[in-house]
Ligand binder design. Structure first.
Ligand SMILES: C[S@@+](CC[C@H](N)C(=O)[O-])C[C@H]1O[C@@H](n2cnc3c(N)ncnc32)[C@H](O)[C@@H]1O
Ligand code: SF4
Length: 382
C-alpha cells in the first residue's frame, strides 16, 4: 500500500499579495476555534476511509498557517500521529510569513511538533517587498530567519525572482545575500502572472513587464550557479537543497505518491479500493466549514484518475525532478509502460538535443530540458 503525505490548508492571510492566486482570504476576525474543529473533523473523516497508512510527512500550507493558533497545529499533529502509522522521523513543515507577530510564535510551533519551517521571504529588497504587497521589511525577514535557525533543525525560505525591472547583477547580489542566510533548502520561484490576480490586470495594461524568455533562462542559470556555490543543488525546477535535505513532502507529490489534502480548497490523490482518486475540497472557507459541520467533510465531487490522465499527471510531475521518473514505478503506478505514454519521435529528438535522458530504467529531463519544460511536455506527452 502507498505511504501517505498529509497536506493541511489554512486559508487566511493578513493581506492579499497582488501576485498570488493561492486559496487565501483576508478576514477581520477569524474564528480559530471553529476552523480548528472543522480541520480536525475532516482529518478524522479522511482517515476513517484510508485506514492506518504509513504517514511520512505533514505540511501546513496556505494561506498563512503561521497565523494558526499553535494549539491547533499541535492538536492536528497529535491527531495525525494517532490516526496513521507515523514514521519515527516524520517531516512536519509549516509555512510562515516573517512578520514579527508570527516570528514570535516560532518556538510554540516547534513545541507543537513542527520540525521544518518554510519562510516566505520573497525579496530582501525593501522597494520590491512593497511592490509585492508584503507586510514585512527585509530586516524582519532576516530576523525571522535568524530566530528560525536557532529553533528548527530544517529551514527553507522562498524568494521570487525575474521581477519586473530586475537586473542580473541586482538578482545575483540579492541571492548571494540570501544564500548567506540559508540553511539546507531554498525555493526560488520566477514570478508568474496568475489569472485573476491584481498583477494580471497590471500586466495586461503594460504596467508590469516580465523578462523575455532568454533573460528568464539566463536568470535561471545564474540562480543555479549561485546556489551551487553554497552547496544547494536544484532537485526540482524551483527547489534547491543540500543533498539529503529535499522536502520529503513535496517529493511525494512529484513522485506521484498518495497525499491527502485537508482544509478549504485542498487537493488530494488517494489510492482507495485499487483506484486512484482525485479529491478536492470547497474553496471558500466558511461554506467549507458549514459542510464539514454538516457532513464531516467539505469534499466536492471526486473522480477516478485513470488511463491517459494518470500517465500524463505522473509525467508532468516527475519530469520536474532532476532525478526523473523510475520506469518500473511508473508502470506500477499507472498500469502502463512509460514509452506508451510519450511520443517516440519527440523522445528521439529531445534525447538528441540533450533535453531528455532515457536509459531504459529512468526517464529524466536534463537541466537544459527542465528550463523549457512546458514546451517539451506539450510535444512529448501523449
Ligand atoms: C502558499 S505561497 C505562500 C506562503 C506564505 N503565505 C507566504 O506568502 O510567505 C508559497 C510560495 O509561492 C510563491 N508564489 C506565490 N505566487 C507566486 C507567483 N505568482 N509567482 C511566483 N511565485 C509565487 C511565493 O514564493 C510563496 O512564498
Ligand atoms: S503569497 Fe502568501 S501571504 Fe501573500 S496572499 Fe499568497 S498565501 Fe497569502
Amino acid at each position: 500500500m502507498e505511504s501517505l503525505a498529509l497536506y493541511i490548508h489554512w486559508p487566511f492571510c493578513l493581506a492579499k499579495c497582488p501576485y498570488c492566486d493561492f486559496n487565501s482570504h483576508v478576514r477581520e476576525r477569524i474564528d480559530q476555534t471553529r476552523f480548528a474543529r472543522a480541520l480536525r473533523r475532516e482529518l478524522a473523516w479522511e482517515a476513517a476511509r484510508l485506514g492506518r497508512r504509513r504517514l511520512t510527512s505533514i505540511f501546513f500550507g496556505g494561506g498563512t498557517p503561521s497565523l494558526m493558533d499553535p494549539g491547533t497545529v499541535a492538536a492536528l499533529i497529535a491527531d495525525a500521529r494517532h490516526l496513521f502509522d507515523a514514521d519515527g522521523d516524520i517531516e512536519v513543515t509549516l509555512e510562515a510569513n516573517p512578520t514579527s507577530v508570527e516570528a514570535d510564535r516560532l518556538q510554540e510551533f516547534a513545541t507543537a511538533g513542527v520540525n521544518r519551517i518554510s519562510i516566505g521571504v520573497q525579496s530582501l529588497n525593501a522597494e520590491d517587498l512593497a511592490r509585492l504587497g508584503r507586510q514585512h521589511s527585509p530586516a524582519q525577514a532576516v530576523a525571522a530567519l535568524e530566530t528560525a535557525r536557532l529553533i528548527f533543525p530544517r529551514l527553507s525560505f522562498d524568494l521570487i525572482y525575474a521581477r519586473p525591472g530586475q537586473t542580473m547583477p541586482a538578482w545575483r547580489g540579492e541571492l548571494r545575500q540570501a544564500l548567506a542566510l540559508a540553511a539546507d533548502h531554498l525555493s526560488l520561484y520566477q514570478l508568474t502572472i496568475e489569472p485573476g490576480t491584481a498583477y494580471e490586470a497590471l500586466h495586461r495594461q503594460g504596467a508590469i513587464v516580465l523578462p523575455d524568455d532568454e533573460t528568464a533562462a539566463e536568470l535561471y542559470d545564474a540562480t543555479a550557479e549561485e546556489a551551487a556555490r553554497f552547496g544547494l543543488q536544484p532537485y526540482e525546477i524551483s527547489n534547491y537543497a543540500v543533498p539529503g535535505s529535499e522536502s520529503r513532502h513535496n517529493l511525494a507529490y512529484w513522485r506521484y505518491g498518495d497525499y491527502a489534502g485537508i482544509g478549504p480548497g485542498a487537493h488530494g490523490r488517494l489510492t482507495l479500493n485499487g483506484a486512484l482518486i482525485a479529491t478536492r475540497r470547497h474553496r471558500a472557507p466558511e461554506p467549507w466549514a458549514i459542510r464539514v459541520e454538516e457532513h464531516g467533510h467539505g469534499s466536492t465531487a471526486e473522480e477516478i484518475i485513470q488511463g491517459r490522465d494518470r500517465t500524463r499527471e505522473m509525467l508532468l510531475m516527475g519530469l520536474r525532478l532532476a532525478e526523473g521518473i523510475d520506469a518500473a514505478r511508473f508502470a506500477g503506478r499507472t498500469k502502463s509502460p512509460i514509452l506508451d505514454a510519450i511520443d517516440p519521435d519527440t523522445l528521439a529528438r529531445a534525447v538528441d538535443a540533450g533535453y531528455i535522458d532515457w536509459n531504459g530504467i529512468c526517464l529524466r529531463a536534463t537541466s537544459e530540458g527542465r528550463k523549457r519544460l512546458d514546451s517539451l511536455l506539450t510535444a512529448l506527452v501523449r
